[in-house]
Structure formats: C-alpha cells, structure tokens
Design a protein around this ligand. Structure first.
Ligand code: PRT
Length: 133
C-alpha cells in the first residue's frame, strides 16, 4: 500500500480528472448523447437523486464489510486490496452524487482544508454550546 511519505499520485488532480469525466457524462446524458446501456455513469444519472443516493448507502456498507473482513484477516494484503477496491467504489459514487448536485471534489477539499488545525472535539463543543437542545 502507498504510504503518506510515498505519494505517487496527485490526489487533487486524480479526483478532478475523474470528476471531469463524470460531469461530461452527466451533461451528455442530459443531452441524450450518453447511453445508459453503454455507460455505467449515464446509467446512474438515469436513476436520479434517489438511485444515486441509494447506491452510496450500498457502497458504504460494502466498504464497512470489507474493512471488517480485513481486520479479521489481520490486514492481510488480499483483504486490504479488496478494501481499497470498495473504498474506490464509494469515492466514485460520491463523485457521481457531487456532480448530480452541481458540486465538485474541489469543494470538499476546500472544506477539509478550512478545517485543518481545528480540533474536532473543540468544534463540536462550540457547536453544542451555541445550539443547546
Ligand atoms: N471509476 C469508475 C468506477 N468505479 C466503479 N465503477 C462501477 O461501479 C459499479 C460498482 O457497483 P457494484 O458494487 O454494484 O458492482 P458489482 O459488485 O459488480 O455489482 P453487485 O454484484 O454488487 O450487484 C461497477 O459496475 C463498477 O464498474 C466505475 N465505473 C466507472 N468509473 C470511471 O468512470 C468512467 C466512465 O465510465 P462509463 O460511464 O461506464 O463509461 C470510467 O472510464 C472510469 O474512469
């Protein structure tokens, strides 16, 4: 597996390039120029909000199950490979959802970057204090 000190790919550009393909498929599908029988991406867009969001739930569950399997197998390489595959499926379907809602992975990266250095514990405590139930 790739370590954080051995980054062979540019994460930003990899996600942006895939999002470009997804957006192109979305626009082509809307224009009647992408066939859901040929393009899996077009097939997802043909299912609309509910179909796309349902798929994220399914892929998230598959990723959780793969992670449990990998832990059970003490992170054996074959199980780790399956887990990476399931996480890739989940990320891909998240890109489809972002596209469906007119958003980009850059929006998510900007949000994550804005949180850098902010303690999650402190952020949650401040939110609770501002909105006590
Ligand atoms: N990155 C992906 C990608 N990742 C996953 N998938 C598809 O997502 C689906 C995963 O869903 P499932 O888990 O339900 O698949 P499954 O396990 O085969 O099905 P089940 O047995 O669980 O029912 C599979 O059909 C995968 O092929 C993807 N399909 C497309 N892409 C990218 O999107 C581009 C455009 O794809 P098309 O629109 O199909 O041309 C491709 O060139 C790729 O770069």
């Amino acid at each position: 597996m790739t370590s954080s000190t051995n980054k062979s790919t540019n994460l930003d550009s990899a996600l942006a390039n895939l999002a470009d393909i997804v957006d192109q498929r979305r626009d082509a599908f809307k224009a009647g120029n992408a066939d859901p029988k040929v393009s899996y991406t077009a097939l997802l867009f043909s299912k609309g909000d509910d179909g796309i969001l349902k798929k994220i739930g399914e892929e998230a569950t598959e990723a959780v199950m793969a992670a449990k399997d990998s832990r059970h197998a003490q992170l054996a390489p074959e199980q780790q490979k399956l887990l990476v595959g399931e996480m890739a499926d989940l990320w891909f379907h998240c890109l489809i959802a972002l596209s469906q809602f007119g958003l980009r992975p850059e929006d998510v990266i900007t949000e994550l970057e804005s949180r850098l250095g902010n303690s999650g514990i402190e952020e949650k405590a401040a939110r609770k204090a501002a909105n006590p139930e």
